[in-house]
Write a protein of this length. Structure first.
Length: 320
């Protein structure tokens, strides 16, 4: 009997590939930077028993319906808004993600983005490299304090909680809004539950850490930005789709909020002509939340473990 076929949609670590090759026939899209073309993905998925996918691959009804051998889609991300999970269920395909292994790394980046935005670090770097530093002045590149301010976290899941932990080291007052209230976490981390409205009103920093779902799509829009303090700083390292980017642009332009730190965008990758990039008040990153060498390796290994388990007839390690 021929070995099950595993298709990997982006170039990943040789060690992980070798580990899969001990058990399966493995093929991989060889590009590191380039998304696998749709026709190639459909063709490979049609033969595959497992796909190790990235958040840039659309795993939809069309793909799932034609992939009759497919047993598992192992997404190398904790978010899975690129996968039609209901369609996968209908076609009896198991979907897995990579939770936990990226929590601390993404929280580190989220807090770094908060700090960089508040203290205007990219502007300061450009200033010195642009040879603009000619003297000292009282308000030169003056930013906003972080310590003792109120941080409002929307979506107090694994990463949201890890961000809260970091904030306590800065003596921040942490409030949160979440779909379900988490009283155990409140006492453990000293965070306080508020309504979404109250959080918008009270927070000096609003950090979004929800998944992208029909409920969270466009959650941050004209109405929500207008409810925030005009000194508020908005940080998003969840998914770009939770923000109405036109509304964010206007909120910043018109001074309804002070600044924004964004790791994610609605249609990635964005070009340098994206309107938000024209604003000094925006610190933008190219979706690098979980991007440390250690964590990316752990994510690859976990996705591969899920594939091995499912193709061997066992339960997945991290099913959705
Ligand atoms: P998680 O543990 O599942 O946490 C998500 C939290 O959001 C949960 O507490 C959930 O509430 C809450 N939530 C869901 N829908 C909500 C809604 N409509 N209103 C309010 N709260 C809601 O996931 P995580 O590991 O923390 O990751 C969160 C998201 O971050 C991922 O889905 C992904 O999109 C994004 N992410 C981005 C990067 C990056 O590179 N920038 C890296 C990793 C993750 P319940 O407790 O009620 O379910």
């Amino acid at each position: 009997m021929s070995k099950p076929f595993v298709y990997i949609t982006r170039k990943i670590s040789n060690d992980v590939v070798k580990g899969l090759e001990e058990h399966f026939t493995v093929e991989m899209w060889q590009e590191e930077e380039e998304v696998v073309p749709r026709d190639v993905l459909l063709n490979k998925a049609n033969q595959a028993h497992a796909i190790l996918s990235m958040l840039t691959d659309s795993i939809d009804e069309e793909l799932l319906a034609q992939s009759t051998n497919l047993k598992i889609v192992a997404n190398m991300a904790v978010g899975y808004d690129n996968i039609d999970v209901n369609a996968a269920r209908r076609h009896q395909v198991i979907v897995t993600n990579t939770p936990d292994v990226l929590t601390d790394t993404t929280a580190d980046l989220t807090f770094a983005l908060l700090m960089a935005t508040a203290r205007r670090l990219p502007e300061a770097v450009d200033y010195i490299k642009g040879d603009l530093w000619k003297s000292w002045s009282p308000y030169m590149l003056a930013g906003s304090d972080i310590h003792h301010k109120t941080l409002g976290i929307v979506g107090l899941g694994s990463i949201g909680q890890a961000v809260a932990k970091r904030a306590t080291g800065f003596d921040m007052n942490v409030i949160y809004y979440n779909r379900s209230r988490k009283e155990d976490v409140e006492s453990q981390l000293g965070v306080q539950y508020t309504s979404f409205e109250e959080l918008l009103k009270q927070s000096d920093f609003v950090v979004c850490m929800t998944p992208l779902t029909p409920e969270t799509e466009g959650l941050f829009n004209k109405e929500t930005f207008h409810k925030m303090k005009d000194t508020a700083i908005f940080i998003n390292s969840s998914r770009g789709g939770v923000v109405n980017e036109d509304d964010l642009y206007h909120a910043l332009k018109q001074g309804h909020i002070k600044a924004a730190g964004l790791d994610v965008f609605r249609n990635e990758p964005i070009g340098a002509d994206h309107p938000l990039l024209s604003l000094n008040e925006v610190v933008a990153l190219p979706h690098i939340g979980s991007s440390s060498i250690e964590t990316r390796s752990e994510m690859m290994k976990l996705a591969a473990r899920n594939i091995k388990k499912v193709l061997n007839g066992d339960d997945a390690v991290t099913p959705i």
